[in-house]
Design a binder for this molecule. Structure first.
Ligand SMILES: [Zn+2]
Length: 106
């Protein structure tokens, strides 16, 4: 596989970091073009981390799901793995509320 970086692109990138990013993006673009698909493993992957009280990661959750409001059923922008200390609208013993329901109740 050959990736072409033009003189203009080198001039247009402010530093080696950006140039490296450009090369890597071109590589993956070419890889996709050639194979039609690329294993997710190599792409950016979003995972949920379960972190214990000491700050250690105890497990990694893939295909993590978003919480749902216990009052209205709307989805809430927190993953199930998000620690309750880092959420707004979580009622201990009850569950997660969406912003609207939480503000109505406060
Ligand atoms: Zn709600």
């Amino acid at each position: 596989m050959n990736i072409t970086i033009t003189k203009e692109e080198i001039y247009a990138t402010p530093n080696d970091m950006e140039l490296g990013r450009l090369v890597r993006n071109k590589f993956w673009q070419e890889e996709r073009n050639q194979r039609g698909w690329v294993q997710n493993h190599y792409d950016d992957e979003h995972v949920g981390l379960v972190i214990d009280d000491d700050g250690f990661v105890t497990s990694i959750l893939r295909n993590d799901e978003y919480e749902v409001c216990i009052m209205c059923g709307d989805s809430v922008p927190y993953l199930k793995s998000t620690h309750i200390d880092r959420r707004v609208g979580y009622i201990e013993g009850a569950g997660q509320l969406c912003k609207d329901c939480y503000e109505k109740g406060v």
